[in-house]
Design a protein around this ligand. Structure first.
Ligand code: ADP
Length: 185
């Protein structure tokens, strides 16, 4: 299964992606995690993207697309994967269509986690992960970037008829049960 999990910062993408990864035995590819780990390990990529992540801005499309394309060459992704944090702009979605096309593969589902805006900031502040982009100012910027640049990705996938809307309010287990329901129907 090839799945994209999508939604605003604070929607719980990472948490649900981990559960999906375990349940369906597919690797979880999180671009945010790749960047945070590169920053922590002070790799060349980490040094390049640190100030961008700190500000809550987006890493340039070419860089993210090249990174994902390279990562997906690993044969652990041959039987499917769950993408979290990518694609995040319409050009990234178009580039991902081409990556799939070249391999003769298709996307099985685009899960859209729906959470009301007022709940997002509270959730991010209370999860206390200590991320340097989890301050009120930076969260506000990440949400602005989301509404302006990322939200249009939803329409891109609506045209492909793969979007499944998931109510993202409730307990982790409740939300995960909703996700599993969409796959069993
Ligand atoms: P969240 O959705 O909670 O903000 P992520 O872990 O998905 O967290 O992303 C953290 C940061 O990593 C983003 O704010 C951005 O700077 C960078 N990033 C992650 N994925 C992408 C992407 N596909 N394109 C551009 N930047 C990205």
């Amino acid at each position: 299964m090839r799945i994209i999990i999508f939604g605003p910062p604070g929607a719980g993408k990472g948490t649900q992606a981990n559960l999906i990864s375990e349940e369906y035995n597919i690797p979880h590819l999180s671009t945010g995690e790749i960047f945070r780990s590169a920053i922590k390990n002070e790799t060349p990529l980490g040094k390049e993207v640190k100030s961008i992540l700190d500000a809550g801005d987006l890493v340039p499309d070419e860089k993210v697309v090249a990174l994902v394309e390279e990562e997906l060459k690993d044969d652990k992704y041959d039987d499917g994967y769950i993408l979290d944090g990518f694609p995040r702009t319409v050009p990234q979605a178009e580039a991902f269509d081409e990556i799939l096309d070249k391999k003769g593969k298709t996307l099985d589902a685009f899960l859209q986690l729906e959470v009301p805006e007022e709940e997002l900031i509270d959730r991010i502040l209370s999860r206390g992960e200590g991320r340097s982009d989890d301050t009120p100012e930076k969260i506000k910027n990440r949400l602005d970037v989301y509404w302006n640049e990322t939200q249009p990705v939803l329409n891109h996938y609506k045209q492909q008829d793969v979007v499944k809307e998931i109510n993202g309010v409730g307990s982790i287990d409740e939300i995960f049960a909703r996700i599993k329901d969409t796959f069993s129907n």
